[in-house]
Design a protein around this ligand. Structure first.
Ligand SMILES: Nc1ncnc2c1ncn2[C@@H]1O[C@H](COP(=O)(O)OP(=O)(O)O)[C@@H](O)[C@H]1O
Ligand SMILES: [Mg+2]
Length: 297
């Protein structure tokens, strides 16, 4: 039953019972009204779930439609690459078409990831540089040719193994690098660095910290809290999905993401990801060297 006033409306459950005197004569009826807020929430939640499921289905259909022509582009780009034997410059361009296609494919996968978060991901041990190098390979071209952005790289020890889904991690890097490039319409500097951080507490894994900084327009202080919200965008043609996907992927990998920005000066994104416990010898010796340096400094 719904009880309404001019300003509010409440959904209630009603319970009727008879009020009976000891002499067994009926004196009246007791009505107990219980507000059924839970039921209202439950129905809102289930409606939202239905809407998300419908979105997921639509996204899956669109993804399928886009992936078909993408597959052909990739195939043609690969055969073009093969037929350009002896012309390395042109071969590189064809290679970039395929790597661009792969990135679009990854974006589609992550859009699906956003609307269907329960789908299983493939978590494996991989070198974080696989994600960084691949993303940079594709994005460097965009930075150079279209935006006059100078790319600087300052990598720490190699390799750095983490456990996760490499395709999702590429998506993280691609989104942040793309945002950085877009924030520098008149050109600027994009820096990508990695540092290995020691474990801070016993039992906590060591971390790799990836920093991606730009000298772009920066983020208004009032917007910093909102950039990870889905659909928040300040761009005319933005979707506002990039950073919300980034955030959920980083969390899924047990990591943290932080942002510091000064309007007019630039933005730094830092991502901390737990390294695999079974660090390789290369990791260990690089770490020891870094510690020696720190001690002697
Ligand atoms: N490097 C950056 N410099 C300035 N603003 C940024 C940067 N990265 C993200 N932003 C802000 O965060 C918003 C959300 O980013 P994102 O989720 O990737 O969506 P989109 O790129 O589609 O707008 C952007 O519209 C922009 O306002
Ligand atoms: Mg973006």
């Amino acid at each position: 039953m719904e009880i309404s006033s001019s300003t509010h409306s409440r959904q209630v459950n009603e319970d009727f019972s008879s009020a009976i005197e000891p002499s067994k004569t009926r004196k009246g009826t007791v009505v107990v009204l219980k507000e059924s807020a839970c039921r209202k929430h439950h129905s809102e939640r289930s409606q939202r779930k239905d809407r998300l499921a419908a979105m997921g289905e639509m996204a899956a259909k669109i993804a399928h439609e886009i992936r078909n022509p993408l597959g052909s582009i990739e195939l043609f780009a690969t055969s073009l690459q093969a037929s350009l034997e002896g012309q390395p410059d042109l071969q590189l361009l064809a290679e970039r078409i395929s790597s661009g296609v792969k990135s679009i494919d990854a974006i589609i996968s992550n859009l699906l990831q956003f609307v269907r978060p329960n789908e299983a991901n493939r978590f494996e041990r991989f070198d974080i540089y696989e994600a960084l190098d691949d993303s940079l390979f594709f994005m460097e071209h965009l930075a150079d040719k279209e935006n006059g952005v100078n790319v600087k790289v300052a990598y720490g020890p190699r390799p750095l193994f983490i456990k996760g889904d490499v395709e999702l991690m590429k998506q993280v890097c691609l989104n942040i690098i793309l945002n950085a490039i877009q924030s520098m319409p008149g050109g600027g500097e994009l820096c990508i660095s990695t540092v290995q951080r020691a474990m801070t507490h016993v039992g906590r894994p060591a971390l790799v910290e990836i920093r991606i900084s730009d000298s772009g327009v920066g983020i208004e202080p009032g917007n910093v809290f909102r950039i990870f919200d889905p659909f928040f965008t300040t761009k005319e043609r933005g979707t506002g999905l990039g950073l919300s996907i980034v955030h959920s992927i980083v969390e899924m990998h047990g990591g943290i993401i932080d942002v510091e920005s000064t309007p007019g000066n630039g933005t730094v994104f830092s991502i901390g990801l737990p390294l695999c416990a079974d660090a390789t010898e290369a990791q260990e010796s690089a770490y020891e060297k870094a510690m020696e340096k720190e001690v002697s400094a």
